[in-house]
Design a protein around this ligand. Structure first.
Ligand code: DAH
Length: 339
């Protein structure tokens, strides 16, 4: 048996394979269950007891040598592949690092989830809009300053093709196409012609909510707002509504929450007032309902809109708005644990 093993060992040392298939055939020939080495292993049972030790050692050596030779040949093929012309040198090098969700995406998701629990579903609309959906349908007077070139990016000097300045445009799109009851939440990017600084950018993100049904009242709005504030910040968050004006809501309000940084005691963030403003809201103006083909004598609704950057600032105290779009990995990595 030892002779047989030695002969095989010689054979193995000189093994050659031109390609992967040939190599696989060799592997099967020697190492598979019915391969030559396995057969020898079976014969090992019949070896006389006093020779078992020596034969066993030879057999193990043979098995190891076969495996090594096959691995060697395999590595040869792999190296050949590495130098092929068709290897893609522009591919990202390993290890590829996993990214994390952007803080604005995290907060957007959280806002949508909270309203989702109140039965709101997500609606989206285009960023390139027309005057009707962004302004006219929403009751903006012909000479309203928000239409001014100062604020709105128009495309190719055409006053009817513009980048939306708020996500309220999605309200109109949905109301035009859907019968009440409507309960939607619309997240998205908006654009305004602002000088870029730590507190303003030419694009930012908003979430709009709209609820239209029979008998929707201001009390319903207030209840949803309180629920949102407590879920988003903390259970002891208080809200306060101040009268305000938006063309598309009547009455309109702005909502403040008790400052979540100082707990309402007063700090530099809330400028010592204990309150911070987070959103605009109100009852949908009957003109807006009618503009979208909804009978304002039968239906009423509430709407609200907020900036995602603002909510994110409050949650994570990001002092400079520009951080959100600079893609500095040192900034983004800080939100890894929130993912
Ligand atoms: N569209 C407003 C803005 O961009 C935000 C807003 C205020 C939305 C009041 C609303 C609302 O739906 O009722 O500043």
């Amino acid at each position: 048996m030892i002779n047989k093993i030695n002969a095989l060992l010689k054979e193995i040392e000189n093994l050659k394979a031109a390609n992967a298939e040939e190599l696989e055939a060799l592997r099967i020939k020697y190492l598979s269950k019915k391969g030559e080495i396995s057969l020898l292993m079976n014969d090992f049972r019949n070896v006389a007891a006093d020779q078992k030790r020596e034969v066993g050692q030879h057999l193990n050596k043979l098995k190891e040598a076969t495996q090594n030779r096959i691995n060697e040949l395999k590595a040869g093929f792999e190296n050949v592949q590495m130098t092929n012309d068709d290897i893609d040198l522009t591919r990202t090098a390993y290890p590829i690092e996993l990214g994390t969700r952007h803080p604005l995406s995290l907060v957007k998701k959280e806002i949508c989830d909270i309203f989702g629990r109140l039965g709101f579903s997500i609606a989206e609309g285009p960023e390139i809009e027309d005057d009707w959906h962004v302004f006219s349908s929403l009751n903006f007077a012909e000479d309203h300053p928000a239409r001014d070139m100062q604020d709105t990016f128009f495309i190719q000097h055409n006053p009817d093709v513009l980048l939306r300045t708020h996500t309220s445009s999605v309200q109109t799109r949905v109301m035009e196409n859907q019968e009440p009851p409507i309960r939607i939440i619309c997240p998205g990017r908006v654009y305004r012609n602002e000088a870029i600084s730590y507190r303003a950018h030419c694009f930012f993100h908003q979430v709009e909510a709209l609820y239209v049904d029979k008998n929707v009242s201001f009390a319903d709005l207030k209840q949803a707002l309180l629920f949102f504030a407590k879920e988003m910040f903390s259970a002891d968050t208080k809200i306060r509504l101040r009268p305000s004006y938006f063309p598309f809501t009547e009455p309109s309000a702005e909502m403040d929450i008790s400052c979540n940084i100082c707990g309402g005691k007063g700090c530099p963030f809330c400028k010592g007032t204990g309150w911070v403003e987070i959103l605009g809201c109100g009852m949908v103006d009957p003109n807006v309902l009618e503009n979208c083909g909804i009978d304002s004598k039968v239906y009423s609704g509430y709407a609200l809109g907020m900036g995602i950057e603002r909510i994110t600032n409050l949650k994570y105290q990001v002092k400079d708005l520009r951080m959100f779009s600079e893609n500095d990995i040192r900034f983004l990595r800080q939100f890894e644990s929130a993912n």
